[in-house]
Design a protein around this ligand. Structure first.
Ligand code: ZN
Length: 502
């Protein structure tokens, strides 16, 4: 057997183990009976241990070393070897003691966080979080970085992106978005109260399935279920599952979660399936993944053309709730900008202030300039400064997100990066595909999907996020595209004068 084939078979085995583990996690969130939990945690840990053993094995290390010298490999094979080497070298930097200590601490901190959130008592979470921050600082040191320790953490989610780049991006957010949102807040607000009437859950479920079908989601390669937090998971490009949640008194929760997860799922369904097991069959980065969900959610489905196609049907499903609301009022209502406390239900503009606050705090914690004990005070002060809202308790403040209790530092910026990529990609798609928005207006979303498949999905991980963005749009990530999109859309909705939207 050739060395490359041996390498590919070993990676495929590791991929299989990880995907089987994902099946168990999906089942845990959607189907498992309550008593299943005790052994499920153990089963998942067993599979994770087996995958980790193979991924850090001498055998894999030797295969990679040999293949790095092999000049007969084609481009894609070389890329696979380079990506595998990167992962292998990184995982070799973790000692067994560190991995065990971190996973125990995460499990304890997560439980402490749940209790702290329930009882609205930050001091229950603080000691665990303090230890987690110390471990994360150690992790930065042994992973290594060029300029800033936080670089090592972002790199795990958004490979190649640096702290300096994120700082520059958020400087744009701050300097551009603060005044714009302020002007919006001072304008007359559209009515969105019709969204919180009563909407039957079975009808909502049917609607969600239709919206997914219309996007081109392949139900022969996936399914939708209900879970408390919507997510997408995949076991191969031919089995990509989504979940949604339904709130009978908030219609748009289901709509946005279906379309958002649908966007993630279309990306996974479009990855190069004949490369299953090889690193190039994977997604590029979390920011790139989020660009796919945000493009569908914000650029497509919060747009007027999308509802020109879909609103009459929605009205006929819910005549009592929406019969007297015209298309334009509906479109304005679903795009209402309103500074709020909770990130996950924020509108598409103020969302980025939520991320900015978390980024500034994480950076400060890793630098040692912010202490865990001071977090509630700092959190509340920044919410007042950037969003103008008073935080009434820590449950709706510093304790709202699960990420830190999982030890996920460096993750939050990828949410904003995703939205900014989405605006840049969408703008390019409109240029590349004549009549794209007319098709959307006619309910035909396949030209949109076709563009994403052709330009992004089918390449898998062959390019880095930076290379991909440049290849598709001719330039690196640039906030001005988001600005242009947002100013045009919200300027029109809020009737803002041209100098404010220039
Ligand atoms: Zn997402």
């Amino acid at each position: 057997m050739s060395t490359y084939l041996e390498f590919k078979q070993l990676l495929t085995k590791i991929t299989d183990l990880n995907n089987v583990r994902s099946v168990l996690s999906w089942d845990q969130e959607t189907q498992m009976p309550p008593k299943g939990g005790r052994f499920r945690a153990q089963q998942i840990a067993t599979l994770a241990g087996m995958a980790h053993e193979q991924a850090t094995s001498e055998t894999l290390g030797k295969l990679i070393e040999q293949l790095q010298q092999d000049t007969s490999l084609d481009n894609i094979q070389q890329k696979n070897v380079a990506l595998a080497a990167r992962d292998y070298n990184r995982s070799k930097k973790y000692t067994r003691e560190f991995v065990v200590e971190l996973s125990q601490l995460i499990s304890q901190s997560n439980q402490a966080w749940q209790k702290a959130k329930k009882e609205d008592n930050f001091s229950l979470f603080a000691p665990g979080l303090k230890k987690l921050v110390e471990l994360k600082r150690k992790e930065c040191d042994f992973l290594g970085y060029e300029e800033h320790p936080y670089d090592a953490l972002i790199d795990q989610f958004e490979p190649g992106t640096t702290t300096a780049e994120v700082v520059a991006l958020f400087n744009d957010v701050r300097s551009e978005l603060v005044d714009f949102v302020k002007a919006i807040n001072e304008s007359a607000q559209p009515d969105d109260s019709f969204l919180s009437k009563h909407y039957d859950k079975d009808k909502q479920w049917e609607l969600g399935l239709d919206l997914l079908k219309q996007m081109g989601y392949d139900f022969d390669a996936g399914r939708q279920d209900i879970s408390s937090h919507p997510f997408t998971t995949n076991f191969s490009p031919e089995d990509v599952r989504v979940t949604t949640r339904i709130n009978e008194t908030q219609l748009d929760e289901m709509i946005w979660s279906c379309i958002h997860e649908g966007g993630h799922a279309l990306y996974e369904q479009g990855l190069p399936v004949d490369r299953y097991g090889e690193p190039v069959c994977e997604y590029i980065s979390l920011g790139m993944h989020e660009s796919q969900s945000r493009l569908w959610e914000n650029n497509v489905a919060r747009g007027l053309p999308y509802w020109k196609a879909n609103y009459a049907k929605l009205q006929s499903m819910f005549p009592d709730q929406l019969g007297s609301i015209d298309l334009e009022s509906f479109h304005k209502g679903i795009n209402r900008v309103k500074p709020s406390l909770i990130r996950t239900s924020a509108d598409e503009l103020t969302y980025h202030f939520h991320v900015l606050i978390r980024f500034e705090i994480e950076k400060g914690l890793i630098e040692g300039n912010i202490q865990v004990e001071d977090l509630p005070e700092i959190w509340n002060a920044r919410y007042k400064e950037y969003l103008g809202v008073e935080v009434p308790d820590n449950r709706q403040g510093v304790l709202q997100d699960v990420h830190w209790s999982h030890g996920s530092f460096g993750y939050f910026p990828t949410y904003s990066i995703g939205s900014f990529y989405a605006a840049q990609f969408y703008q390019q798609a409109v240029k590349d595909v004549p009549g794209l928005e007319n098709s959307i207006e006619n309910g035909d979303l396949l030209p949109m999907l076709g563009w994403l498949r052709e330009n992004i999905h089918r390449h898998g991980k062959l390019y880095s996020a930076r290379e991909m963005c440049k290849k598709v749009t001719g330039e690196p990530l640039n906030f001005s595209h988001f600005k242009e999109y947002a100013w045009k859309k919200f300027g029109a909705i809020y009737g803002l004068s041209p100098e404010l939207t220039a």
